[in-house]
Design a protein around this ligand. Sequence first.
Ligand SMILES: [Zn+2]
Length: 402
Amino acid sequence: MRNLKWQHLLYGLFILSITAYILFLHPQLQDTQKQSDSASQQHNNKAASDSRQQKQPATPPPPTELHLMAVGDIMMHEPQITAGKTATGYDFASFFEHIAPTLKQADFAFGNLETTLAGEAARYAGYPMFNAPDELADALKAAHFDVITTANNHSLDRWEKGLYRTLEQLDRVGLLHTGTFASKEARDQPLIISKDDIKLGVLAYTYGTNGMPIPEGRPYVINMLDESLMAKDIQTAKAAGVDMVVVAVHFGPEYWRKPSAEQKRTVDFLFNAGADIILGSHPHVIQPYEVRDITNLDGSTRKGVVIYSLGNFISNQRDEPRDIGGILSVKINKQNGTATIGDVSFIATYIHRYQTANGRVYNVLPIAEVIEKRNYPPFRPADYSKLEARYQEMMEHVISEP
Ligand SMILES: [Zn+2]
């Protein structure tokens, strides 16, 4: 009981300090607020004079939709680097050629890049300190990815220099990114993506860096899973006028098929702090997703979506079920100025690896589609039936109680 009172008191203080920060300490936000106030005043005046002239009711804007897809860990183990070697360099595009048409259906496809792109001079390597060739960035772009989150336990595998170079490579191919940053200004400005009138703020955090040191005096280079930082960033995104906030979190015990109590606590915290879509990664296996009714501070409710872990999108991990990952598909609909979570579904993917005379081949496959169409030549009939059984089990698991 006493604990609960303390929690309430602390929570009250926290809200007060956020309010004080927004009102008095953040000139930029104050300015934005003022500008939008005067803009809406002008708009109201104009609307008033228009209605006097025309007397016609304004037609409501048509409903709009933003389709988001998200995958889990994009890993690059040593055998994958070897598999992508060509006569002149590297090419990983074939890894994703079977899944690219699915990702293309999204307005924004998200993935967690769990390797650095630190350049050849920094030595290419897989586990335990990852550094993949730059051509991976080109392959991800070609596979129709749009947003790459970079905050994870491997972000600093080639130290600070490698972290910056990774961002340069993503910029080079035109992939949006968040989670690690080259400056404090970049960190303090949430990534905002939009389609039509739907605007989303995107944030990413990691539980740790595998013991790699965070550069002294430059803690902004990586977003750590820090509750006060996350709450502040969500408020900053909201103040920038987004409809929803997407938070990618790299957390949870590896290989656990259900979320830990700690993961659940973090997710509850994020929903209460204003997050709408939470994308978990790191356990390398799929953990369930959940669509939840969240009660806002004013007593109203909203829908939120969380997937605790999306599993491996690409990796060399062969132990079942680490070879199955997936895509969370979320549709956001906006009508009359209000955005809501629409259809939510899950597309299970299988990392098929096989040997040819020319070496190993990796293919990420949309399982349901491959089973239905039986259109994947490397599979024998037995492969289809085995994967079908595993698919059924996985689809039951992903919608099970977290
Ligand atoms: Zn990880």
